[in-house]
Design a protein around this ligand. Structure first.
Ligand code: ZN
Length: 192
């Protein structure tokens, strides 16, 4: 019986703490979604991963090398989401999914700049503008606002999913903690 008390007590605080965590992280990232063009702290990490992406995708040719920056900054946090899903730690997976959404929004800002070319680029003004190059190669530069708008919508939807998933996982974690406490003494009762 002692065991049942031990397993049940963490759930009592874990439940609201996880819910508050989901709400706070959700608010922060939805604020990011409100104005993606603002620089957020997490964009520093996105930028580093973006640059690494160009290197990783280099062997696949020029187009993929350029596309690799934007692709990798989304793939990288998505790998962490996959890792947590594999380990069945769904609350953590949902929290990292916020980062995936924010990184997609960060990509949308770059895509939206395909025609205006106003964003300061690493390496100066002579550097290739990834999205101007990609949409130019695909003959889709005129569709820049639609493409950037779609990417922004996608990023926002991913964040909304992350929020719903985080809240659901926090509530489920609570239930999962309580389940074994109920099952254990019952089993003992039947075997006796
Ligand atoms: Zn780039």
């Amino acid at each position: 019986m002692n065991r049942t008390l031990q397993t049940k007590s963490p759930a009592l605080w874990q439940h609201p703490v996880q819910l508050i965590g989901a709400a706070l992280v959700g608010l922060y990232f939805l604020w990011c979604a409100w104005d993606p063009s603002q620089w957020h702290l997490i964009d520093g990490a996105n930028l580093l991963i973006h640059e690494a992406g160009h290197l990783f995708f280099r062997p696949l040719g020029e187009f993929m090398m350029i596309a690799g920056g934007s692709l990798f900054q989304v793939i990288m946090p998505a790998i962490f989401v996959g890792y947590f899903i594999r380990r069945k730690i769904f609350y953590s997976a949902a929290m990292v999914l916020f980062w995936v959404g924010e990184s997609i929004l960060n990509v949308s800002v770059y895509a939206a700049d395909s025609l205006a070319l106003q964003l300061p680029l690493i390496g100066g003004p002579d550097t290739i503008h990834d999205w101007n190059y990609m949409l130019g190669q695909l003959g889709m530069l005129k569709a820049t606002p639609k493409i950037a708008g779609f990417i922004r919508l996608l990023g926002t939807l991913v964040m909304v999913c992350a929020l719903v998933w985080a809240i659901k996982s926090a509530l489920k974690n609570d239930a999962a903690e309580e389940e074994p406490t109920f099952a254990q003494p019952q089993d003992e009762w039947w075997t006796k």
